[in-house]
Write a protein that binds this ligand. Structure first.
Ligand SMILES: Nc1ncnc2c1ncn2[C@@H]1O[C@H](COP(=O)(O)OP(=O)(O)OP(=O)(O)O)[C@@H](O)[C@H]1O
Ligand SMILES: [Mg+2]
Length: 207
């Protein structure tokens, strides 16, 4: 749970599910209620994380599963200590676009790294900081990749094959099933307004 009176919410799900869209809308809605909101994302969110993000998304780079996970972890460790923990300690709502569940789904279920290894290192990296609420935007990967493709050149992850993205989706759903108290699974195939209403219901019930 959060170290302070803040509220820590993460958005998870595949490429093009609508995480960034819904996160921005939720931020506006919370701000309209007078809450101070910190918005951040993975990888990124710090000067180190921004550099690591460029490496991770570069379509020209081949990166093996273990170094890929370590790069995400480097970005995550810096983000937790420099941004997320301080904001929670100030009592803010922290909205993060992806967090450690993405590593468990992509590097674990997707790339086949050992879940025990991922969880052990993630505990060190986050100091055990788990979200109060994780919104899983569940979507068929072909639909998500189609939405993302409309944005232009595919990044390194969008280029991976459909079977990989199917494993990632199943990985996310298994995580949600294992921790139903933390996760809310949303049907991301619905339109933006309907998904936003589902997000708001889940968040309101935590406040
Ligand atoms: N519910 C929706 N229905 C249809 N299109 C949507 C919906 N939500 C978002 N979109 C559109 O799909 C595209 C991807 O949305 P968005 O960038 O929010 O997804 P994302 O999950 O953040 O993707 P990524 O993993 O690539 O960052 C955008 O063009 C967005 O306008
Ligand atoms: Mg996004």
């Amino acid at each position: 749970m959060s170290p302070g009176p803040g509220l820590f919410i993460t958005f998870e799900g595949p490429e093009g599910a609508g995480k960034s869209t819904q996160l921005a809308r939720l931020a506006e809605r919370l701000q309209a209620q007078g809450r101070t909101v910190t918005v951040t994302r993975e990888p990124g969110g710090t000067p180190l994380g921004t550099r690591v993000r460029e490496v991770l998304l570069d379509p020209a780079l081949a990166i093996d599963p273990l170094p890929e996970f370590l790069l995400y972890s480097a970005s995550r460790a810096q983000l937790v200590s420099d941004v997320i923990r301080p904001a929670l300690a100030r009592g803010e709502a922290v909205l993060c676009d992806r967090y450690f569940d993405s590593s468990l789904a992509y590097q674990g279920a997707g790339r086949g790294l050992s879940p025990d290894l991922l969880r052990a290192l993630t505990r060190e990296v986050t100091g055990g900081l788990s979200p109060d609420l994780t919104l899983l935007l569940d979507l068929d990967p072909a639909t998500g990749l189609g939405r993302a493709a409309a944005r232009g050149q595919p990044d390194r992850l969008e280029q991976a094959d459909l079977a990989f993205h199917e494993r990632v989706r199943a990985g996310f759903l298994a995580l949600a099933q294992a921790e139903p108290g933390r996760f809310t699974v949303l049907d991301a195939a619905r339109n933006v307004e309907e998904v936003a209403a589902q997000v708001w219901r889940a968040v309101s019930s935590r406040m």
